[in-house]
Design a protein around this ligand. Structure first.
Ligand SMILES: NC(=O)c1ccc[n+]([C@@H]2O[C@H](COP(=O)([O-])OP(=O)(O)OC[C@H]3O[C@@H](n4cnc5c(N)ncnc54)[C@H](O)[C@@H]3O)[C@@H](O)[C@H]2O)c1
Length: 249
């Protein structure tokens, strides 16, 4: 079960953190994988961690740049022939309490976390629809399901992602394309490391997770591989928490 042999995948934000683990996991399950990130982010480390026999393609795509999104996706579609699995992983979180949020902070979050993934999906879905099979998988967040003080803009972008998942999943279901998201709790990556080093914040986080542990990049990657598989064909418009139970109470 859950083999991705012969599938063609594309991951955004693949240079580090969750995107790196997701790329390696999809590749290990048998997919060819296009790894993409911001220009200059450096994808060689990720490519070096990928163990398997498929093809790896690297491309610089800043998901905020619509022209580049279209051009980069066209080049990957040209090279791979099609893309079956799109993982919209690229995202930022620059916490700022509501009273202090700047316009720039607002616009950066929405350009990366919402607009970026939407136009990636719009560029890739026609190929999925043509082939009658596709998986669009967003990395949303538990922050799209609950409010976390200090990061109202981030939480709202992840809520928007969960609504895109529902709506696009309904639109594309008849073509064999599912649209889902994985909603992790805190994972220690470049995005969160500094905050998690604050003992008070770490205590707050661990106190909210009934399992009493942070999630790992591998936990998130495994959920992505499941949603990408043939076996998950009836799972659509869903958001799968990988949160040790945080959002249940
Ligand atoms: N780490 C967590 O605790 C956590 C929890 C829930 C959800 N998430 C989500 O998971 C995703 C990955 O997070 P992470 O922890 O690996 O973060 P990270 O900061 O370690 O990695 C994010 C990657 O995205 C890339 N990126 C940022 N802006 C981009 C852009 N405009 N275009 C292309 N690439 C861009 C970065 O260069 C980086 O390689 C994000 O969407 C994040 O919101 C993370």
């Amino acid at each position: 079960m859950f083999s991705l042999d012969g599938r063609k995948a594309l991951v955004t934000g693949a240079a580090t953190g969750l995107g790196q683990a997701i790329s390696a996991a999809l590749y290990a399950q048998g997919a060819d994988v296009a790894i993409t990130d911001m220009p200059g982010a450096g994808l060689d480390e990720t490519a070096g961690l990928m163990r398997g026999g498929g093809d790896i393609m690297q491309a610089a795509i800043d998901v905020r740049d619509l022209a580049r999104v279209r051009e980069g996706c066209a080049a990957i579609l040209d090279e791979f022939g099609r893309v079956d699995i799109l993982v919209n992983n690229a995202g930022i979180n620059r916490p700022s309490p509501g009273l202090e949020v700047s316009e720039e902070n607002w616009d950066d979050h929405y350009a990366t976390n919402v607009k970026g993934g939407f136009f990636m999906a719009q560029a890739i879905a026609p190929s999925m629809i043509r082939h009658g099979w596709g998986r669009v998988i967003w990395i949303s967040s538990q922050s799209g399901l609950i409010g976390i003080p200090g990061q109202p803009v981030y939480c709202s972008t992840k809520g928007a992602v969960i609504q895109l998942v529902r709506t696009l999943g309904v639109e594309w279901a008849k073509h064999g394309v599912t649209v889902n998201s994985v909603a992790p709790t805190f994972v220690e990556t470049n995005l969160t490391r500094k905050r998690l080093q604050d003992p008070e914040f770490r205590r707050f986080v661990l106190g909210k997770i009934p399992r009493g542990e942070l999630a790992t990049p591998g936990d998130v990657a495994a959920a992505v591989c499941y949603l990408a598989s043939d076996e998950a064909g009836m799972v659509n418009c869903a958001t799968l928490p990988v949160d040790g139970g945080w959002t249940a109470w």
